[in-house]
Design a protein around this ligand. Structure first.
Ligand SMILES: [Fe+2]
Length: 174
């Protein structure tokens, strides 16, 4: 007889459960790491776009934390235990470390969009993979991809000019 913890799990094979769980784990650590990077940028941004970036970054951090919760809870719901602790994030997330320094607003936009675009692309690949295994789990990653791509669009239209303007500045100018 199945134990209480094993009873009524979704009818996925062991291999499928691990495969889906691994995709969730990889996504979870990246979302947690994005939230950590977002806070770092929230603190270190400087320049004319300080205020809108400082505020937008906190909204993004909240959104990434909520998404990481949705992903982790779906993992548990299928019987897979995720790890969102610092060691798992440090070893599992491929996001580059940010410089521990003041960062100009256009640099913040570049660092932010680069990380966000990379994560969105990788979650999209995982979303495609889950389509062949479990549609209900795929739906969670669809939600993540849709949110990340919407965030990219909003950053692009609000702050994209800042990066272009910075490139157009003469060397050594401000
Ligand atoms: Fe703050």
């Amino acid at each position: 007889m199945a134990s209480t913890t094993q009873a009524h799990l979704p009818s996925l094979g062991e291999h499928q459960r691990d495969e889906v769980g691994n995709q969730f784990q990889a996504t979870l650590v990246e979302l947690v790491d994005l939230a950590l990077a977002g806070k770092q940028l929230h603190w270190t941004v400087t320049g004319p776009l300080f205020r809108p970036l400082h505020e937008q970054l906190d909204e993004l951090v909240d959104a990434w934390r909520e998404l990481s919760d949705v992903v982790a809870e779906r993992a548990v719901a299928i019987g897979y235990f995720p790890d969102g602790q610092s060691a798992a994030v440090a070893s599992g997330s491929g996001l580059a470390r940010l410089e521990r320094d003041a960062l100009e607003d256009h640099v913040v936009v570049r660092e932010l969009t680069g990380r966000l675009a990379d994560v969105a692309e990788r979650v999209r690949e995982r979303m495609d993979r889950l389509g062949e295994i479990d549609a209900a789990s795929q739906d969670v990653l669809i939600e993540v991809v849709r949110a990340l791509e919407q965030q990219l669009w909003m950053i692009r239209v609000q702050f994209g000019h800042a990066v272009v303007d910075a490139r157009a500045r003469p060397m050594g100018g401000s």
